[in-house]
Each structure stands twice: as structure tokens, then as C-alpha cells.
Design a protein around this ligand. Structure first.
Ligand code: SF4
Ligand SMILES: [Zn+2]
Length: 314
């Protein structure tokens, strides 16, 4: 019989998910595990990860149920999180698999980590065959401190480059002070309201990711912006830059600061647009106006019922 090793010592609190399809709104991890098929794989690929091959990196990502391991998630990011609003990530079947992985990690951690190690070993072999650098993003839709929870992963796979985005500034400061494993790279993920923290990290040589729409500016907050959509191998980024990501899906109509809008008409360094109008019925519509040239930018996105504006998941 499989012995259960619950992760209650290290994971004391689960946070709210913005995924309208997750069973974590109403079921316990134990119930989810009992009703789920075991996940076939823990590590996945994505179109953006595949682009890493253009820079010699073979990368995989671990997707949990978005939000449940995200202590610093905001209303905006929870709702617009790409891990449940983009492409195939919206499929019911994908939500079931993310739930099953999350429940397996919480309920049978030892087995989960064994399986994870086996998949990383396989990735190393695959990468060797094609002469690429193996890379793993463990927090594809979470913000777990892997360096504290499972340090042995970094020690057991010294030739694997681990990398993540995080909203937890204390983790980024520890990374910049070289207090994290040498093969773990972190990028600070910010929204429109986090200029002060972001600037401090950028001045100290860290990198910061921000979501922009409808286009990327050349500079923001006085720092150069690079195109973060070309690939996802963040550990190759130069220090002191903002990694600009274009808003996808619901993020295009975000009004909670998750997405930053600059005025393209005022030039590549144009000012931030201000919200003029937002409406929500079957679609969400937003209109933003430039405070300088008065140009407006509008966006519209079809909503599924549970994603409506004032919906709060239980
Ligand atoms: S913190 Fe990141 S992964 Fe978590 S809900 Fe927000 S955007 Fe998604
Ligand atoms: Zn303008």
C-alpha cells in the first residue's frame, strides 16, 4: 500500500485560485486525488518553451493549479493568469490534470518528487542527445520556494538550469545575494503599482518581468525593455532589464494593474494610458486614454460565466 507523506509541514496554507475550472474551489486535495486519474506527466512543454530551442535550451515546465501556491498573487494576476486563460490551458481536461498534480504533490509528496526526478533525468538525456542545455521551470503557475522545500533537486541535477518568475521580492534579493543554488535563476514579476520595488531590484542588477499591451515600450521606469516573448530562457537575460511580455487573453482587458499600457502614438517611450471606461456583460470591454495626446486604446474579450467581474471563487 502506498504510504502517504502529506506536505502539511511545509505547505500550511492554500491560496485562492482564479481558475474557474479547478475543483480546488470546493474539494480538498484528498478528495481530488481520490477522484482523479494519476497525472501521466508532471513536466510539460509550451509554445514559448519550445522557442527556447532557438537559443540552445531544451526546457520543461511544471504547471500546478494556478493560484493555490501563490502567496503574493493579486486579484488581477489571479484572474488573468495565463495558466488558465491562454490557449489549451483553458480546456477542462487540462484543469483536471493540473488539479491532479497539485493534489498528488500535497498528499503524496515523496512519490511526486521521485516522479519529478525521473522526468528531469529523462530531460537531461534528451538534452544531451540534441546538445542543448536542459532547463526546468518549476513554478509555471505557482510561487513555491523550491530552494527551501526541495533543495536536493538543485543538488542532484547540477547541470540542469532551473529558472522561475516570482512575485516574492525576498526570494529575488536572496537570488541576487547568491544565497540560492547556483543553478536557480529568478526574475521578479511585477505589475503597474510596483515601480519602487522593481527599480530597486533593477538598480542592483536583477531582472524584472512586466506585462504590456498593446505593444512593448523601449524603456519603462527608466530601464530598457527587452522582448520577453522571443523565448522563455530568462537566465540568459542581461542584468538590469525589464522583460516585456505582451498581454494575452483576459490580461488585455485587465484593469487591476496586471497589464501596463503605454501610448504608442506618443512614441516608443510614451506615457501610461489611463482607464476611461470598463464594461462587463458577456464580454469585458476596456477603453484607455493617453493623458498627453488623448489617443484611446480599446480592447474586448469574451468571458466564460465564472470569470465575470465580481465573481469570487469560494
Ligand atoms: S502569481 Fe503568477 S502563477 Fe500565480 S496566479 Fe498570479 S500570475 Fe498566475
Ligand atoms: Zn499619447
Amino acid at each position: 500500500m502506498q504510504s502517504k507523506t502529506k506536505n502539511t509541514k511545509t505547505i500550511r496554507h492554500l491560496f485562492q485560485s482564479g481558475d474557474p475550472r479547478t475543483d480546488f474551489h470546493w474539494a480538498t486535495p484528498e478528495q481530488i486525488l481520490a477522484q482523479s486519474e494519476p497525472p501521466k506527466r508532471l513536466l510539460s512543454t509550451s509554445a514559448k518553451l519550445d522557442k527556447c530551442q532557438s537559443v540552445g535550451v531544451l526546457a520543461r515546465v511544471l504547471y500546478f493549479t494556478p493560484g493555490v501556491f501563490c502567496p503574493a498573487a493579486t486579484d488581477g494576476c489571479r484572474r488573468a493568469c495565463l495558466a488558465h486563460t491562454s490557449g489549451r490551458m483553458q480546456f477542462e481536461t487540462h484543469a483536471r490534470v493540473r488539479d491532479a498534480r497539485t493534489a498528488l504533490y500535497l498528499e503524496v509528496t515523496v512519490l511526486f518528487i521521485k516522479r519529478l526526478k525521473a522526468e528531469i533525468t529523462l530531460l537531461e538525456t534528451d538534452a544531451l542527445q540534441v546538445q542543448m542545455t536542459p532547463a526546468v521551470r518549476l513554478n509555471g503557475s505557482s510561487d513555491l520556494p523550491w530552494e527551501r522545500l526541495h533543495l536536493e533537486l538543485f543538488e542532484q541535477f547540477p547541470d540542469v538550469q532551473f529558472f522561475d518568475y516570482t512575485k516574492l521580492s525576498h526570494r529575488v534579493y536572496r537570488f541576487m545575494l547568491h544565497e540560492l543554488p547556483a543553478n536557480y535563476h529568478l526574475t521578479f514579476s511585477v505589475d503597474a503599482h510596483m515601480q519602487k520595488e522593481a527599480s530597486d531590484i533593477l538598480r542592483r542588477g536583477g531582472t524584472v518581468a512586466a506585462v504590456f499591451w498593446p505593444s512593448l515600450p523601449n524603456t519603462w521606469w527608466g530601464f530598457p525593455v527587452i522582448d520577453g516573448d522571443l523565448h522563455d530562457a530568462r537566465f540568459l537575460d542581461p542584468s538590469g532589464v525589464i522583460v516585456g511580455l505582451r498581454a494575452k487573453g483576459l490580461a488585455r482587458v485587465d484593469t487591476n494593474g496586471f497589464t501596463i499600457r503605454h501610448c504608442k502614438k506618443c512614441g516608443p517611450d510614451g506615457p501610461e494610458l489611463l482607464l476611461e471606461f470598463a464594461k462587463e456583460d458577456t464580454h469585458r470591454t476596456t477603453v484607455h486614454r493617453c493623458p498627453s495626446c488623448k489617443n484611446t486604446v480599446s480592447a474586448r474579450w469574451k468571458l466564460t460565466q465564472p470569470q465575470k467581474l465580481h465573481h469570487q471563487a469560494a
